[in-house]
Design a protein around this ligand. Sequence first.
Ligand code: NAD
Ligand code: TYD
Length: 369
Amino acid sequence: MRRLLVTGGAGFIGANFVHYWLAHHPGEPIVVLDALTYAGNAASLDPARARPELTFVRGDIRTPGLAERLLREHAITTIVHFAAESHVDRSIHGPDAFIETNVLGTHELLKAARRVWLDDAPGGDEVRFHHVSTDEVYGSLGPEDTPFREDTPYAPNSPYAASKAGSDHLVRAYHHTYGLPVTTSNCSNNYGPFQFPEKLIPLMLVNALDGKPLPVYGDGLNVRDWLYVEDHCRAVEQVLLQGRVGDTYNIGGCNERANIDIVRQVCALLDDAVGTCASLQAQFPRCPAARGALTASLVTFVDDRPGHDRRYAIDAGKAQRELGFEPAETFATGLHKTVTWYLEHESWWRGVMDGSYRDWLERQYSVVL
Ligand code: NAD
Ligand code: TYD
């Protein structure tokens, strides 16, 4: 039987992955290791609190010896490594935490896996270290460039991307040098439930509901490839079950959009939902749609992000061919689900956005929140 250690399992994708795994692999024990930084929320695991398979450990992946102890105590066979500092804007203003968690933290986990799985118990259960990474390691594309493939050279541009690239290289090296059974997935931008409202889609949603400006960087024409988070979770499952040890897989939604189009689509969905529902109008009186105005009237173009990558696009052909990966959601269905979830979970997003975060955000940008 598989026994999972999920790092970062109280974060956005990690929590969705825990819910996905419990639904599809009941009976398989999961230990979540999460430091509960500003981005980690124990509340995101609430729906699974009663599940006997789930153990939550509050701890830091950088702590020497901690992962090794958990691997031994819980006889872990599979590490799914999500824990990271994940927000590009924060990495621009404070890169140190990104190097510490994403590079050094990943190295602590690799050392623990090597010690427990290779040095102490060679030939034991089938084991796997799966590293969750990003398409941002490949750098920025021009409008006519072909999408990123697994053999696209790395060219990270932000401290976040560079720290993830560093962790990817360490994972690769532990396989090449020590024979650690690893896989890596590099995924495009995710959206969906439980995403901290600092990333584009949830930030636009919560600001719009509060009648606050919707800060669009630069000309709003930067392009990302968007994937609904549950589709990413299924892709990670497919890599774990069918992926080739030592390989990397690019995961994407085949769904490139300019930021301004996304923001306008979010606004249109709120116009529909709030504009036609008296109880939502009472719940969100500051949303323009509550008084019959257009939510898009809140769009505010602000200074561009320094070094802002123009375009990301993923060629997920390898995952399609070798794993049968296909996203189940279109952007329309995924975005509709996401908007509905945020409308129905106001207490979650208000709870995770404390005063210190709002103060921080306010200092970074010339918009009044
Ligand atoms: P997130 O910021 O929402 O969550 C990160 C989680 O890691 C949080 O729960 C946090 O508490 C935890 N964490 C941070 N530092 C830690 C430490 N030192 N020790 C233990 N736990 C720590 O991030 P996310 O969006 O869920 O991303 C998860 C992973 O997926 C990251 O590795 C990220 O690089 C990758 N990824 C994200 C996206 C995306 O669009 N969000 C796309 C591709 C890849
Ligand atoms: P983000 O969600 O931070 O993801 P990433 O930088 O990892 O792609 O940003 C997605 C895109 O949206 C990116 O091009 C930056 C842009 N953006 C804005 O225009 N305004 C915002 O307030 C945020 C957070 C992002």
